[in-house]
Design a binder for this molecule. Sequence first.
Ligand code: DOR
Ligand code: ZN
Ligand code: ZN
Length: 436
Amino acid sequence: ETVDVSGQFLLPGAIDVHVHFREPGYTHKEDWRTGSAAAAMGGTTTVFEMPNTNPPTRSVRELRQKQEAAAKAHVDYGIYGLLAEDNIDELQGLIDGGVNAFKCFMGNTFGNLPSPSTGAMLEGFEIIAPSGLRISLHAETASIMAWRQKRLMEAGRNDPLAHIAARPAIVAAEAVGRAAELAEWTGARIHILHISSAAELRPLAEAKARGVEITGETCPCYLLLDSRDYARLGSIIRVNPPVRDASDSEAIWAALQSGVVDMIATDHAPHTVEEKTKDVIWQADCGFPGVETQMPLMLNEVSKGRITLEHYVTVSAEKPAKAFGLWPHKGRIEAGAEADIAVVDMHRTETIRAEALHSRGKITPFEGVSVTGIPVHTLVRGRFVQRDRQLVPETSGWGRQVTAIQAMPKPTIRNADQTLAACLQGPAGSAKGAGS
Ligand code: DOR
Ligand code: ZN
Ligand code: ZN
């Protein structure tokens, strides 16, 4: 197969370490075929999929279920295992069973998975650290949010802006700082998901300066929308964590430029139009699809001169590959046939229309936005999955699970002698051994 790519750019396909494809359990919102088709159309060649499905990916049994569902993917994928209060004893099995990373919900969000205590998190970090697998944090402190939401609901606050009041930036900043402490203590590698505020940047930068193995992502909505958009968008804009003030997006842009924020991910979180459009903000599901619009939206920023094409490649492909163990690039580029590539046309302009998205979530806060810079072909391991703005339907099933940490150095484990597992075993000749 040949195509004429003269005048176009060949970029590494985007690696999106944060998508929700909803299968099993919520396939009216999305499934692995529709979600991965959206990725293919958006120039994204590898996704890491989140565990808040039904059932959640909490043990090897659910990991196998997810792998079965994922077998129809158009693009390559990593699978997240859950780190929660009630599956600590399943973590080693998930590691041995082949998860690519872990996700810990420090605050409640879609799926209503209870957030683990700091004690359970510490034990989870101790168990996962030696594997070198990265732990991604939904960094929002549950107890602060629960209190504020209760107070706001009692006062009858129903409007979109109440969503920010329930989850002010301190909610996220406090959780980032706490997660970084646990990572520093154990030597676990962590990743801060969906950075939405200026306040999170200080604990993130400080942890990096201390040598903590920590990375951070932001999403297009936190760069391109702000609190002025709530009046226009209503409940559509509801996402956890919330879109905040223009000063926050300014600070996140600067941190993306300086490298404090490492990468762009999408938090692709599809829901139906009905689930998203509610008069009472508390009834609207959180999040929106993003995996198909990320590259056009960000290339549009390249067109406007806000970020260079080179830096976009760094934050969309290089840094996620390095952080999640896919570096050197998983495709055998030297063989010439296995590369993951997005061919982009920087002169092409399209208007974003939810109706035309390949996701089942036919609603987006970027409806009607005109974008210049479009992925016109996508190749996964050398095969076209999108060609000339058309999905190649027969590539459903071409996607494979990636092998993470194939290229990562061994992590530095700290305080191994003080892990809960070590303490439970006790010193040699201790009371536990004495009676036997
Ligand atoms: O807005 C969100 N939606 N934030 C999350 O953390 C989860 C996601 C979802 O799964 O719907
Ligand atoms: Zn989250
Ligand atoms: Zn998410």
